[in-house]
Each structure stands twice: as C-alpha cells, then as structure tokens.
Design a protein around this ligand. Structure first.
Ligand code: APR
Length: 290
C-alpha cells in the first residue's frame, strides 16, 4: 500500500470513529427519556392555595367542625403522592389525610348518589337538609380537583394524571374510594340515596362507588335503613322506578349486606326543585297532577 493511500485510510478511519463518538455524546446529552403521558388532565394549577383556601372557607361556613390544621392537610396530601408513581397509590396512603380531616356526620343526614352528580348537588345546595360526600369537609376540599405525583422534579405532574379507570391504584380513584368508605362508615340512621330513573342501563353501575365501596361499608348496627330515591329527569323518560328489575336487584344487594331497604319514586322535595327550575313544565302544573 502506498504511503498516500495509507494516510487516507487512517484519515477515513479517524473520521468514522469521531463521527460515531460525537453521535454517542449527542445521544447521551440530547436524547430525553420519553415523558409518561396519562389520559387525564394534570395536577390542578395552584392546588396548594386552592386546598388551603377551601379549608379556611369550610371552617367559616361550618364553625361546628372546629379548628382544622389546613397546612397539615396539605402536608398529608403531599406525603401520600409526592414523587410517587401515580398508578401505585393505595387507600392506605391516604389514611393519615383521612384522619386529619375526619368529621362527625349527624344521623339521617347522609345522602349518597349514583348517576345524579348534578341534581344531587343542586338539591343539597338548595335545602341543606342533607349532606353528600362532596358537602363534607374532606369532599369539599378535593371536589373537582386533580392531582398526581411523579418520581422526578417537581414531584407533582402538572401535565397529565391517570384517568379514573386508567390503572387500579391511581391517585384519584384511591382517594375517592377511601373518602367514600369513611363517609359510608360514619353514616347513621336513615341513609338516603339519589338515583337516576331516566338513565339507560343499570340504576347503579356494577363498578360504581355506591355498590363497591359505600353499601359494603355501611354499619348495619348504625344504619337503620337505606332509602332509595329514584328521580326521573323532568325532560327525560321514566326508564327505571322502584319496581324495575334493576332496583329489585339493588334491593337484594343491599339486603345481602344486612341493611334495611326502602324506595321512593320521584321524591317530592326533589321534584319541587326540578319544578322551580322548570316552572312551565306540565309535570309542575299542580292542576294536571293526578
Ligand atoms: N370515568 C371517569 N370518571 C368516573 C368514572 C369513569 N369511568 N366512574 C366514575 N367517575 C367519577 C365521575 O366524576 C362521576 O361523576 O365518579 C363520579 C360518579 O360516578 P357514578 O357512576 O355516577 O356514581 P358512583 O360511582 O356510585 O359514585 C358516587 O360515590 O363519591 C361517592 O358519596 C358519593 O354516593 C356517591 C358515590
């Protein structure tokens, strides 16, 4: 091999080695670990301020609850989820948070619900005779908010969080499960449940919190009766009522948990609220009522 050819070969080899080294260096410094993207929205902006603000607001609305340590509540939330995998948060992780936010629920005041999220809360706002989970201290603090951690800085994921059913131990589902369990467990006397008589399918989904968490956690020694209210949408159809198959099945499920059962179709006080909102509807005309 001539000297010139030899030098050229060495040069080509050097260029190849350098290019490959540069590529490696680039890979090391520029290729980013792909971010995990969950299906739900990320942690609510200003979460801490919202929770602490709601905490003081609740105490001013309901002084009977006594003094709660609002900073501690925030601290217990972060202990539960901060820097953690949001698909690996259990009900146990929220146990301390549940303890610091504990509240006594007066007997006969609990109002559970399934598939009536909007109506039930319009109703409790209007009457204040009953309390849903979202009207309790713990539910009020977190209702409508999203939060989840991530193992790297800043410790909370503001881009995305697991959606309701994305993984079984996700930070939101586990929280609402333990909050619902505590609410049902501390309920006493008559426990009312608002259901949707106009919705398609089962009156309460098999996987609903009502069936899977709340009914099993009620204490038959403290709960005298589970009273179902089957409410039809004022503009909707009457798809389910107390004697429908779906209701009879739910009755059986409630009784299997040693709880007494009763059922009311279109409970009048709720119908009255629907009529306030729809005064011209024919169902609201006293004269046309049977
Ligand atoms: N995807 C997204 N969100 C869901 C899903 C889902 N698959 N399932 C439930 N949710 C959320 C929604 O925010 C919905 O409004 O839970 C809410 C209630 O679902 P429902 O089937 O209407 O009712 P249920 O599961 O029985 O939960 C209501 O639990 O929160 C407690 O005390 C409360 O008694 C009430 C019960």
């Amino acid at each position: 091999m001539s000297r010139r050819l030899w030098t050229r070969s060495i040069l080509v080899l050097a260029v190849i080695i350098m290019t490959s080294c540069l590529a490696d260096a680039e890979a090391g410094s520029f290729i980013k670990v792909p971010k995990k993207k969950y299906k739900g929205p990320g942690t609510t902006a200003n979460l801490k301020s919202i929770i602490i603000g709601r905490c003081y607001h609740y105490m001013s609305l309901y002084p009977a609850i006594g003094m709660k340590d609002c900073s501690r509540i925030w601290q217990e939330l972060t202990e539960a989820v901060f820097r953690k995998d949001p698909c690996n948060i259990t009900e146990e992780d929220y146990k301390k948070l549940g303890e610091v936010a504990a509240q006594t629920i007066p007997c006969d005041k609990s109002l559970l619900w399934s598939r009536t999220n909007q109506l039930v809360h319009r109703y409790t706002k209007a009457t204040e005779d009953f309390m849903t989970l979202e009207d309790t201290f713990l539910g009020f603090l977190f209702n409508g908010l999203t939060w989840c951690g991530k193992p790297v800085t800043p410790g909370m994921n503001y881009n995305s969080c697991p959606a309701w059913n994305e993984c079984s131990n996700n930070s939101l589902l586990s929280f609402w499960k333990i909050a619902s369990a505590m609410f049902a467990q501390t309920s006493c006397g008559i426990v009312n449940v608002m259901l949707n008589g106009s919705a398609d399918g089962a009156i309460a989904r098999k996987e609903s919190i009502l069936r899977t968490v709340e009914i099993p956690r009620m204490n038959p020694d403290k709960v005298s009766e589970v009273r179902l209210w089957v409410i039809d949408d004022i503009h909707g159809q009457d798809k389910n009522s107390c004697n429908s198959e779906s209701l009879l099945e739910l009755q059986q499920y409630i009784e299997e948990h040693n709880l007494n059962y009763s059922c009311i179709d279109n409970y009048k006080p709720v119908q009255a609220l629907q009529c306030v909102e729809n005064p011209d509807h024919h169902a609201c005309n006293q004269c046309s009522r049977p």
